[in-house]
Design a protein around this ligand. Structure first.
Ligand code: LLP
Length: 435
């Protein structure tokens, strides 16, 4: 795979565009995405399943940016959504409703209705009450609902506790021991088109063996329920495969493919995958500038203009992303520093003891592996703007989401009418880079 984030003429570039240029023209912090890497990642994923009846549904929650989604949809991806808001985005990005899967434990009636009206491909059902609601809504609409049942296989994904979704006691999926009862009901409901099973054991899964365990259980269930007369022609294997963060090494993707072949490959089912991170994670970076180089008594801090509100993964999961100086410098003896943001929380820490040669006050850094669950999880905490997102393709770049300024955010709010005598002070226009 071509390295789309490489130093060119002493400066880190995305494809053929230098990050210094993007920083100068767009301002920092901002997210920068490589179109080529998105395409490579898609080709790599689907290419692994050549000769099999497999389709990729991009888990749009990883990065809902319209241009990012469109780039993958143009490659042939469908989309896995988790709300009707995501459905609107997916449709706007150009995906056909017949290539949309709908996951999630808490689909509301209005969301189910909207999804059915749009004619999406499949609803992944996670509970009995959800199944009954879908039956009811579908009957009212005079339609039929294509449904898979999400199984909780009770498999530990060995990832962050917050990202493990296939263990007993998590809110996800139907517990195996309760499946008999649910299948009995499925057989009786007249508006449900039962297609098969789904499983998603978690995210940031770096050891593939838990996938084997889960897919094997799905295969066993498929065989069993076929003997009971159920036609099962779809298996949805979810997402969850991680990418290397920091200097982590991972088993090759071909190992995952082999597990899929060995467990569910001979069932004659159409296979669906819902990767998020694997498609977009390493296609994006967070570009930031050092506001201060602060030498404390016991520690040195590089205080960035990006904070935990822009990229919450380190604070939330203890995730460690690679950080590189934008100006090329391979000196081995740089002093260590904790890389932090400006937000008023000690957890606003990108990581401890980074060695960033040549980086001091005013310099640019790139936080890698930020394409998934970066911008998607950002907030305006601490009175901060939502930062721009930039897409690069070859030698060109474009702002694909502009900065949502604080001045603009102030317009979202209102005083209650009983405050009417206290008129708001005129908002000052803020400095472009921060406002
Ligand atoms: N399918 C379902 C039903 C999911 O819930 C998810 C992710 C995916 C697919 C895609 O998983 P992926 O291939 O991206 O691992 N914020 C966390 C990750 C949360 C994942 C939520 N569900 C993080 O930053 O690590």
């Amino acid at each position: 795979m071509t390295n789309v984030f490489a130093y060119q003429n002493g400066s880190l570039a995305v494809e053929q565009v230098s990050l210094e240029r993007i920083a100068a023209e767009v301002g920092t912090p901002c997210y920068v995405y490589s179109t080529e890497r998105l395409r490579q990642n898609y080709a790599d994923f689907i290419g692994g399943f050549q000769g099999m009846n497999a389709a990729v549904y991009y888990a749009i929650k990883a990065n809902p940016n319209l241009a990012v989604t469109r780039a993958l949809v143009d490659c042939g991806a469908g989309v896995d959504i988790t709300s009707v808001g995501e459905m609107e985005r997916a449709l706007r990005a150009g995906v056909s409703p017949t290539k949309i899967l709908y996951s999630g434990v808490g689909k509301r009636r209005d969301e189910i209705e909207a999804a059915l009206n749009a004619g999406i491909r499949q609803i992944n059902v996670e509970s009995l009450p959800e199944l009954h609601l879908i039956e009811q809504v579908t009957a009212e609409l005079g339609k039929r609902a294509p449904v898979t049942l999400r199984i909780n296989p009770n498999v530990a994904a060995r990832t962050y506790k917050q990202n493990s979704t296939g263990e007993l006691g998590t809110k996800f999926g139907i517990d195996l021991a309760q499946l008999d009862g649910v299948m009995e009901i499925v057989a009786k409901l007249s508006h449900i088109d039962f297609k098969g099973f789904q499983v998603h054991i978690g995210s940031h899964v770096f050891d593939f063996e838990p996938f084997r365990e889960a897919f094997q259980k799905l295969a066993d269930l498929t065989r069993f329920w076929r003997t009971k007369g159920f036609a099962i022609d779809r298996l949805d294997l979810g997402g969850g495969i991680t990418i290397p963060y920091d200097s982590q090494t991972l088993a090759p993707f071909s190992d995952y493919v082999a597990i899929v072949r060995e467990t569910v490959g001979d069932l004659g089912c159409e296979l669906a995958f819902e990767p998020g991170r694997r498609l977009v994670g390493d296609a994006g970076i967070l570009l930031s500038r050092v506001t201060f180089d602060k030498q404390g008594l016991s520690k040195r801090f590089l205080i960035l203009d990006a904070g935990m509100n822009d990229l919450i993964r380190p604070a939330m999961y203890g995730a460690r992303h690679t950080i590189l100086p934008v100006k090329e410098n391979h000196a081995a003896d740089a002093p260590l520093a904790d890389v932090v943001g400006p937000v008023c929380e000690t957890s606003d820490l990108f990581g401890e003891d980074y060695r960033l040669p040549g980086v001091g006050q005013g310099d640019l850094v790139a936080i890698l592996q930020a394409g998934a669950y970066g911008s998607a999880m950002s907030s305006n905490y601490n009175g901060r703007a939502l930062i721009p997102e930039v897409m690069v393709s070859g030698g060109q770049f474009a702002i694909v989401r502009r900065r949502i300024t604080v001045a603009e955010q102030l317009g979202w709010e209102a005083f209650p009418p009983w405050f009417e005598d206290k008129k708001p002070v005129e908002a000052h226009s803020c400095r472009a880079a921060t406002g």
